[in-house]
Design a protein around this ligand. Structure first.
Ligand code: NIG
Ligand code: FE
Length: 423
């Protein structure tokens, strides 16, 4: 018999998402989710080598580790496509300020918010920042995450942003073979630094012409360049200049768009190849088709909506009707300290009206597509062995049972990295 490192059998409901990213209403259709009842999975060298009936997989391989899923639900590992994991300090006093009536943007424009975190982050070394991020990464994994995008953005000045790219690299080294999550580094243009107040054009040029090439040529080369395109951050024109520089240097592009106001950011996917546009609370419904046509994933961040006390919701039904691929992400950042992508899934259901299956697709196969990682987020032979065994027996109970960790076992590349019980 062929050998496997791991066989998971007696899976009650296996959601494979074998068809790949599911646009619009297709993500709500159980017939498109590649569901197998009574399933088994075999894993070797961190990859899935077989998916089939529980009996055929169990009897088809000699397994080093044999795991009885007990009739439970199994899905791909969760794909966290938007985080700001690397930072120092804390902003709990700003929560109180927001509740006393100040808005996120007012706090930012008064030198708090991102600027406050920048000051605290600049005071730490790359190694210290990686050490601060490691328990956050562990918490993400405990709640089911096997792939995580990690942004810079709290350094702003070129040498400080380079330090953050190094910190993301060190985070991966610290995680090591014990925690083999897939980390996708992103260079983020977050806000104009205070040092460049009144000289924003100079800063945009510095970012595009100096930082982007330096980052792209460094040992900590990012996969993505991202821009916070919004009122109080960068304009669409500035965003274009930075993204074009990234694309010229072989990086891929994603954006924060239409979170705090609409200034035209969600029109950019029609002009540049942008893999994901995130937030979108102020997306004009008529722009939904721009994202759909451009193949840009519309990534919803519902926990972040709570954390900024957003007064709008993204136009989900317009996006769905336009046939856009919906993503859901957790947006861990010092303004939104929730390490569970399951919370974002729960709120996507209760606040944004996604079905549990649609939210699961959004946080797995569709999120992987937003990172163009087609070998993650689905359970097919050849894909990475990223799996969650849930403590429920069907996908509708993810969402129905909510607000706590329902991941029982989490495997990244075949290694157990999280879940509720030990061992
Ligand atoms: O995605 N919107 C911009 N960036 C983050 C927030 C960063 C911060 O407040 O520190 C976000 O929500
Ligand atoms: Fe963000």
């Amino acid at each position: 018999l062929p050998s496997a490192d791991l066989v998971v059998y007696n899976i009650g409901v296996l959601v494979t998402f074998s068809q790949g990213p599911l646009p619009g209403g297709a993500a709500r259709d159980p017939g498109r989710a590649g569901i197998i009842r009574g399933a088994g999975i075999a894993v070797r060298n961190g990859r899935i080598i077989a998916v089939g009936s529980s009996e055929s997989v169990r009897s088809g391989f000699t397994a080093e580790r044999l795991v009885d899923a007990g009739g439970r639900l199994v899905t791909p590992g969760l794909v966290e496509s938007h985080t700001h994991l690397v930072f120092a300090g804390s902003r709990e006093d700003e929560l109180e300020k927001k509740l006393l009536g100040y808005t996120y943007r007012e706090i930012l424009e008064a030198g708090g918010g991102i600027y406050r975190t920048v000051r605290e982050t600049r005071a730490r070394s790359a190694g210290e920042l990686a050490a601060l991020a490691l328990p956050r990464l562990e918490a993400l994994a405990r709640h089911g995450v096997t792939v995580v995008e990690v942004k810079t953005g709290y350094g702003l000045l070129p040498e400080e942003e380079m330090k953050l790219l190094e910190a993301i690299h060190l985070l991966g080294e610290m995680a090591g073979p014990r925690l083999p999550l897939t980390i996708v580094p992103t260079l983020l243009a977050h806000v104009v630094p205070e040092e460049y107040a009144g000289r924003r054009d100079e800063y945009v040029r510095l970012f595009a012409e100096q930082l982007v090439p330096e980052a792209a040529g460094s040992p900590w080369r990012p996969v993505y360049v991202d821009v916070f395109c919004d009122k109080g951050a960068f304009t669409p024109e500035e965003t274009m200049r930075i993204l074009e520089a990234g694309l010229r240097h072989g990086l891929r592009a994603r954006i924060h768009a239409d979170e705090l106001a609409y200034i035209g950011c969600s029109r950019l996917p029609g002009r540049l190849p942008i893999d994901s546009a995130d937030h979108l609370e102020y997306l004009p419904p008529e722009n939904a088709s721009i994202l759909a046509r451009a193949g840009t994933v519309a990534t919803l961040l519902p926990t972040s909506m709570l954390a900024v006390f957003a007064d709008r919701k993204p136009p989900v039904e317009a996006l769905r009707r336009a046939g856009a691929v919906l993503g859901v992400a957790g947006d861990y950042n010092p303004n939104n300290m929730n390490p569970s992508l399951q919370s974002a899934i729960d709120l996507a259901v209760y606040l944004l009206g996604l079905t549990p299956l649609e939210a699961l697709a959004a946080a797995t196969v569709n999120a992987a597509h937003s990172l163009r990682l087609e070998g993650h987020g689905r359970i097919v032979p050849g894909a990475h062995a990223d799996l969650v065994i849930w403590d429920v027996d069907n996908y509708n109970k993810v969402g129905y049972e909510w607000g706590y960790n329902r991941a029982l076992h989490v495997y990244a590349k075949g290694v157990r990295v999280g879940g509720e019980c030990g061992g």
